[in-house]
Write a protein that binds this ligand. Structure first.
Ligand code: FAD
Length: 278
């Protein structure tokens, strides 16, 4: 199991208190010895310095850090400047995305899709970066069809992506089917499963509506039935997600990427149940 790739995602904190809190969270999660920590990047501007600062903090603490980089709303010049800054700081891994513009943000920039960003990164920096891209086992919400979405994924791989991380999902069959479809379409890179621990019912429903991840009816109804009983939600969530991860690992998933929402407890509990550090 040790050759599989386990990584952890944060978002850049917006306040000094958030920075301090994330430092504590990170120290706890570092004990699990993930392969790397990634840090999200807000399309259109808001958190961009925060991504760099968080990534540099992670590096200073001696861990591998992977900034996310999204291209929608950006110019070639601004992305070139960011890439050069990462390169100068010895960053070797990136998660390359299209991103979603905040509503009301008009400028569309010089890129339309993530494959164009991957192409640009390769043209500018050759093989310097290990590039991860996004994959959608349940189909990206804006895709014309599942087949079209697989083709979009293949374009990112052909543009030079080394690996992929999926959107989160709770249906293992959707993941296995997507991996099969991607292989048949010629994309042969590792497709790491994105895992969202379940700790909060209303937050999960909100995120899932936005990103198109399905919460199966039986999970939704069970979570709703617990009302404000957060301990039961967490215990049930841990059971469900542990079962999902076990199936994914047994079925050949090359690794897992944990969406932590800057919290340590749920990811730590999952990691320990799955014995991932062994
Ligand atoms: P793309 O691969 O470009 O796909 C976007 C849509 O366009 C898909 O529907 C695709 O099928 C379609 N498409 C692609 N190419 C074409 C084409 N040539 N013609 C027609 N249609 C096409 N967002 C952030 O803002 N910051 C982050 O840090 C961030 N991190 C993420 C990390 C992971 C692991 C994942 C899974 C998502 C992340 N996101 C992040 C969200 C992501 O930006 C959104 O899901 C976004 O809507 C799509 O990004 P993408 O890179 O998958 O886009």
């Amino acid at each position: 199991m040790t050759q599989k790739n386990f990584s952890i995602e944060f978002y850049p904190p917006k306040t000094p208190e958030g920075v301090e809190k994330l430092r504590i969270t990170r120290a706890k999660l570092a004990e699990l010895q993930p392969k790397y920590f990634s840090v999200t990047f807000g399309a259109g501007g808001s958190t961009q310095r925060g991504t760099l600062e968080t990534v540099l903090d992670i590096q200073r603490e001696g861990h591998e850090a992977a900034p996310h980089l999204s291209c929608i709303g950006s110019s070639r010049d601004s992305l070139r400047a960011i890439l050069n800054e990462y390169k100068a700081n010895g960053i070797r891994r990136l998660v390359a995305l299209r991103g979603d513009l905040p509503s009301g943000y008009g400028a569309s920039g010089e890129f339309r899709y993530a494959n164009e960003l991957v192409e640009f990164i390769r043209a500018e920096t050759g093989d310097w970066f290990h590039i991860e891209v996004a994959a959608y086992p349940e189909t990206h919400p804006q895709a014309k069809s599942p087949q079209d979405d697989v083709q979009s994924f293949v374009r990112k791989v052909n543009a030079g992506a080394n690996a992929a991380i999926t959107q989160y999902f709770y249906n293992a069959d959707a993941y296995f089917r997507f991996v099969d479809d991607a292989r048949k379409a010629g994309a042969d890179v590792p497709i790491v499963a994105g895992i969202m621990p379940i700790t909060n019912y209303s937050q999960l429903m909100r995120f899932s509506d936005m990103c198109g991840a399905e919460i199966p009816r039986w999970i939704r109804l069970k979570l709703a039935s617990y009302g404000d009983d957060t301990e039961s939600i967490k215990a049930f969530g841990l059971d469900v997600v542990t079962g999902l991860c076990e199936r994914l690992l047994a079925g050949g998933a090359p690794g897992m990427h944990f969406y932590t929402l800057n919290q340590a407890a749920a990811t730590t509990a999952l990691w320990k149940r799955l014995n991932l550090s062994a």
